[in-house]
Every structure is written in C-alpha cells, then in structure tokens.
Design a binder for this molecule. Sequence first.
Ligand code: ADP
Ligand code: MG
Ligand code: MG
Ligand code: MG
Length: 391
Amino acid sequence: LKQESYQPLTETTAVLLALELNLFDEHVNLTCKEIGDGNLNLVFLIFDQAKRKSIIIKQALPYAKVVGESWPLTVKRAKIEADALTVFGHIASEYVPSVYYTDDCLAVTVMEDLSHLTIARTGFIKGNNYPLISKHLGEYLAKTLFYTSDYALGPAIKKEQVQRFINPELCKITEDLIFTDPYYNAETNDFEQSLQKDVEAIWNDDELKFHVSVLKKSFLTEAEVLLHGDLHTGSVFADESETKVIDPEFAFYGPAGFDIGQVIANLLFQVIVSIPKRDVFLDHIETVWNVFEGKFTQLWETENKDEQAKSKEFLEFVLIKYFEDALGFAGCELIRRTVGLAHVADLDSIKEEDARLKAKRKTLALGKILIKQRKEFNRIASFLSLVKDAL
Ligand code: ADP
Ligand code: MG
Ligand code: MG
Ligand code: MG
C-alpha cells in the first residue's frame, strides 16, 4: 500500500495500511469506520475488538465538496497538517495528538485516537462545560505563538519555517471566505432571506470594509508566527481535564492575533446563544486572554533571543497589537459565519426562527463593533463589559 501514487483509502485499505505499519498485533481482528464529515478529508477510526488499541487515519481528498459543487484542492495540505502537528506537538505536546506515521504521497496522517474526548463545539451546544479548556487554549496559544516566532527561532530558522509552511490554496480559502466574500454580493455567500437588509447594510458600510481590508492586509503580509489557521471550537477536543487541538491543515506563517481571534469568536457564539451560561463563556474568554498574556510574557522575558526586544515597552506594544488584531479577526469570524459559506452549528441549530435570527443579528452587530472599535478597548475587562452591554 505504501506506494508512488495517490489513491483514496477505503475502510478495507485503511486497515491494510494500519497492519502494514505494525500498529496492531498481527492476528487481531480490526474494525474500521469512516467518521469524518466528508467535506475535505476522510477520517478512519480503526480499533481492535477488545478495544485495547485504536488509531485515526486522516487522508486529504483532492477536492473540496461544498454545496454540491466540487473544486480541486491540493492534497499537499496533508503534509502541511502533518508537519504542523509535529511542530505544535514539540512545542505543546499536552495539547496536540501524537502522530504515528505520515505519508505525503497518500496524503495521510496516522495519529492518536481522541474519541474519549468530545469536539468542544458539539459539547457546548449540548450544554456541557469544560472548565479547563480556556486555560489550556491560553497556554497552547502562548507556546505556539511564541516558540514559532523570530524571537524564539532566530531569523534563519524562522525563515526556513516560513517557507516550509507556504500554504497558498488554503490561505486563499480564508482570504475569500473570511475577508472578501461576506462584504459583497458573492455567490459563495449563504444567509437567510430575512437577513437580506442586515447583510446589505454590511455591503454598504465603507468604514467597516476599510477596517476589514486592514485586517486582510495583516493576514496576507505578516509572516509572524506559525498559525493553526482554523482554530474554531470544531478543531478542539475536550473533556473535564484534557484539551487537544486537531486539524491544522490551514497552518501558515501569519499574524498571531488570527488564532487568538478565532478562539475568542467561537466562544462568543456561546455567549450569544446560551443566555443562562453567558457568564461562563465570558469567563472563558477572559481566561484565554489572561493565561495567554501571562504565559507569553514569561516566555518573552526568559527565552527571547533578541535582547533589544525584551524591553517592557516593546512587549506592551506587541501585546496591544495582538489584542487589537484578535478582536478584529474575531469580528471577521462572527460576520463570516452568519453571511458566508461556512456556518456554525451554535447558530444554525437554533430551531425557532425568531430566536435564530435574533442571535444572528446580534452576531453581526457585535462583529461590526469588534472590527471597527478594536483599538478602543485596550484591556480585556473593557472589552467584556462592552460585550455584556451589546447583547
Ligand atoms: P476536517 O479537516 O475534514 O474538518 P478534522 O480533522 O476536523 O477534519 O476531523 C473531522 C472529524 O473527525 C472530527 O470532527 C472528529 O469527529 C474526527 N476526528 C478527527 N481527528 C480525530 C482524532 N484524532 N481522534 C478522534 N476523532 C477524530
Ligand atoms: Mg469537520
Ligand atoms: Mg475540522
Ligand atoms: Mg480541516
């Protein structure tokens, strides 16, 4: 099966691959199920009958199937994902699945099975809370965003890493779906008819579009740190004690605030939809930022290779930039999940139409505020009190 040409795996050939890799004893009976949602990638769960051992094989498909149409998409993203899991695994092993094997030609990553955990978005929608998830994500962000930067790697290795993670096709998806399409009458957009007026107000808001262009420019041009690039709550597995970040196929060198902003926005969806638990999720957002800031500061002061950059004033400048960018990118995420192609179940699963539309209008309003006023809340507390007032 290890071979020269790409072919999509089936449940049968996925088992053959697992056997060939000696990941199970020779004579065990293996069961295989494809458990991915089938839009971009195949995900096979393979386990022995006694359930003593299980693994995941993720394989990239050479196209993206979206709304009935297909567009070709390089399977090279599997290498990006495998390489990013490896880098992030070295930096923050406690928050990343172990990788057992990768094959660039087959576009597969064989990794730790995390089925004992729940995808955070799914758990949140069911009403579960994961008390440590925000502390863990704050640490994950601090470590990955510091240890992949110039200040940890030095200029030569950092530039090698920038090259290794050039990811044009997946970046293009983000550039279009997050920063471009929601702001004009694009074919990819997908929103409810009742929101037409609200959406047209966005298309006609030149001040908003100016700010989105500024944020898009950061995304396009600031090769600052290795981003996960798709760090929503559907990319996070959790339970009461553990948190694992999966699915970094969008990884590339970009502005640090982007990952932080996606985490904040995806927690904000729960602030918006889950009125009884609003304070729980506001606390999570506060914790993500505070833990990130504390850990990042510690790493900056102790492991920074650039003496001149260690000054208090410069660290403060960097953190303010990250905070403002994070709020702006969070605003973009809020808007694109209501107007654009890819939605979130937090909003779409609200069955009652009035409640759903109300939640989506709040999302749009908050998104606009975050994008336009991101420089006005210089501290997390003033941001959280604005959110409380706005909702
Ligand atoms: P995609 O890039 O297609 O979104 P993901 O990596 O997010 O693929 O995986 C899709 C789904 O497959 C996840 O939501 C999860 O249910 C399952 N999955 C992925 N990786 C693992 C894993 N390591 N352990 C258990 N389930 C996984
Ligand atoms: Mg998915
Ligand atoms: Mg995913
Ligand atoms: Mg993915």
